[in-house]
Design a protein around this ligand. Structure first.
Ligand code: PEP
Ligand code: MN
Length: 359
């Protein structure tokens, strides 16, 4: 698969003057709920109404979706509002039913993308379809697996493709439900700049308070659109209650988002914006890593305190210097820079330890 401008044809066909938006509830619950939300989303920036019909649940016993009957509700919502309809498919049977009910946008969920057999089954069933097929990143942070999913669909002659970035599971406790690992999506974007890239802030954050912030970050990185879980009664939603927003909040998010206009920009400016956005993400990663390093320094300070050992251990510091000069060189960094950088880091680390020992 090679990058080609044609990858964007389906998106360009919407002729939007704002980012592409998919919105709707995590799950279709009842016919009334589907119709109510769809009506509140028509005449807004939303192009596609989403609702999960089959819900992959981590543990059995939860709400697993209403199934086929929900597709009828989506058809009715489409007839009444003119919105396109989208849902998740995970098996050949889901794909067949979705096609039979003329669902416009099918997406492959994160758990499914992690399984090449399942993706291949979907690709075989959807072979040659002109429906829009979006592939979410796999649950594990593996760019090749994500790309492999796109390739399987592409090789099945599906031309209207896009990717959804929904973050990655982690055992660590973080402020996110699924950590974004922005650099993975950026790497995919660098390889396929014309493959539409959509942010799913709902599953990244897991809470409605952070939706705007994460969507803005994505737009700053030139994402093409967003998929945001939206429900008229989020607190009582049958799945993902904490992360859904109301249609009113969604419309406020549209107003608050700062959308850079791309058309009219010179090629130079476009390139610079993209590169600078990359730099910003990397800087953020550097700072987070340095913060983590200082947490470890604090722990070392505590161990030294408990054992009444001096903060500065010269042999250890000399060892570190040698190591970082060698590792720096491998990464294209000059010896002068590596030493300067690590002197500053070491100094900060000593100050942290001093505080632990004396404070
Ligand atoms: C969903 O979109 O509701 C969903 C189940 O998402 P994911 O595959 O990203 O977990
Ligand atoms: Mn959900």
């Amino acid at each position: 698969m090679e990058n080609s401008k044609e990858m964007r044809n389906w998106l360009d066909a919407f002729k939007l003057e704002h980012p592409f938006v998919i919105a709707g509830p995590c799950s279709a619950e009842t016919e009334e709920q589907v119709l109510k939300i769809a009506h509140e989303l028509k005449d807004s920036d939303v192009s596609v109404f989403r609702a999960g019909i089959w819900k992959p649940r981590t543990r059995p016993g939860g709400f697993e979706g209403v199934g086929e009957i929900g597709l009828k509700w989506l058809q009715k919502a489409k007839a009444e509002t003119g919105l396109l309809m989208g849902t998740e498919v995970a098996t050949a049977a889901h794909c067949k039913l979705a096609l039979e009910h003329d669902i416009d946008v099918l997406w492959v969920g994160a758990r499914t993308t992690a399984n090449p057999f399942a993706v291949q089954e979907i690709a075989d069933t959807l072979k040659g379809t002109d429906k829009i097929v979006l592939i979410k990143n796999p649950v594990n942070p593996d760019m090749a697996l994500w790309l492999g999913g796109v390739e399987r669909l592409y090789m099945a002659g599906i031309k209207n493709l896009g990717v959804i970035h929904r973050g990655f599971s982690t055992y660590q406790k973080t402020k996110y439900r699924n950590i974004p690992e922005w650099q993975i999506a950026i790497e995919l974007q660098n390889k396929f700049p014309d493959l539409p890239l959509i942010i799913d802030p709902s599953h990244i954050t897991g809470n409605r308070e952070m939706i705007l912030e994460v969507t803005q970050e994505a737009l700053d990185l030139n994402y093409d659109g967003m998929i945001i879980e939206t429900h008229t009664d989020p607190e009582n939603a049958w799945s993902d209650a904490a992360q859904q927003v109301t249609p009113t909040v969604l419309k406020q998010i549209f107003k608050d988002l700062k959308v850079r206009k791309v058309s009219g920009d010179s090629d130079f400016e476009n390139k610079m914006t993209k590169l600078r956005a990359n730099i910003d993400v990397l800087d953020q990663n550097l700072l987070e890593l340095l913060g983590k390093r200082m947490v470890v320094a604090d722990e070392i300070g505590q161990v030294k305190k408990d054992n009444n050992v001096a903060v500065l251990q010269n042999t250890r510091w000399n060892e570190i210097q040698e190591k970082v000069i060698a590792a720096g060189a491998k990464n294209g960094l000059s010896e002068e820079f590596s030493v300067k950088l690590f002197k500053a880091i070491h100094q900060e680390s000593i100050e942290h330890q001093e505080k632990v020992i004396n404070g």
